[in-house]
Design a protein around this ligand. Sequence first.
Ligand code: 5GP
Ligand code: MN
Length: 344
Amino acid sequence: MKNTGIEIITSVKQLLEKAGKKIVIVPHENPDGDAIGSAIGLAEILVNYGHHVQVISPNNYPGFLKWFTSEINIVIYDNYKKKAKKIIENADVLICVDFNDAKRAARLEKHIFEFKKQKLLIDHHPNPVEFCDFTISEPTYSSTAELIYDVAKLIGFEKYINRNAAEALFTGIMTDTGSFSHNISNPNTFSVVAELMKLGISTKKIQSNVYHNFSASRMKLLGYCLNEKMEVFPELRSAVISISKKELEQFNFEPGDTEGFVNYPLSINNIVFSALFIEKEGLVKASFRSNGNFAANQFSQNHFEGGGHLNAAGGESKMSLNKTTETFKQLLGQYKHQLLETII
Ligand code: 5GP
Ligand code: MN
């Protein structure tokens, strides 16, 4: 761990040392496999140690993340605001996982700020905002899940990492690396995976649950997007897919159905930048993926009020879907030089 000094580890150890504490774990809004996997994995470890843990997610999460063996219950803030508020108010410790700015917790943001006892952040996104008492931020890690494994080890909690925790942490690593194809800059990722496998998880089952669990209408929506909606700009090494609310409804959209769509254009020869725009209630959600040294997070921060990782970022736009897509295409022209110079 490059950024985390021994004094932080010692403080975190002290914070979690006395069993029986009430701990709340919060992932980011629209949680992905790493956010949910990290939250459940960490919750399992802390429960095994003897704490009382509740995971509170800002909003609902996709069906392909609802199969864990773990019985840790996740309270959805948007559905149970009063209950969630009460749990947070009564907690002794708040732990934020997989986000670098309280804003990413959406409607939970104000409760994070109002929480006056100790707060801990464990995350791997670059440039964290200081909103917690203790920040463990390691952007060289593939995933927050990998980082949680190492933190647990460093604070002496290794023996509390059980099979349920391993299953959840493996899911986080697997999904944030696109099944071990990107975001891996260090052999430690595979060392952690090896340790998790020793705990008896079925990687085959996890793969099937996450990736082979789609509805037929989601597959048709993907086909439609690639066939009818994808625009490719080979001269700018870029591609874009935009989907309206109406189109989503035609394909019986369920949350999570468009997960991964943004990656497809990157498998086209010589494409280094891909964008996906999805029309939501009152805004357009943007996803960006890049290859090589083209900074998707910088692009998103500059033009779409977002951020993320070098090669995987997100943001939003308050313009209409059409206007957003047109603006994006115009921006590509401004980035022509960078796009052409991108080294994969
Ligand atoms: P996705 O495209 O899968 O929604 O997000 C890709 C990455 O960008 C994730 O690491 C996610 O945390 C980050 N991200 C997604 N949406 C936003 C956003 O609105 N703001 C910021 N700062 N990061 C985002
Ligand atoms: Mn992550």
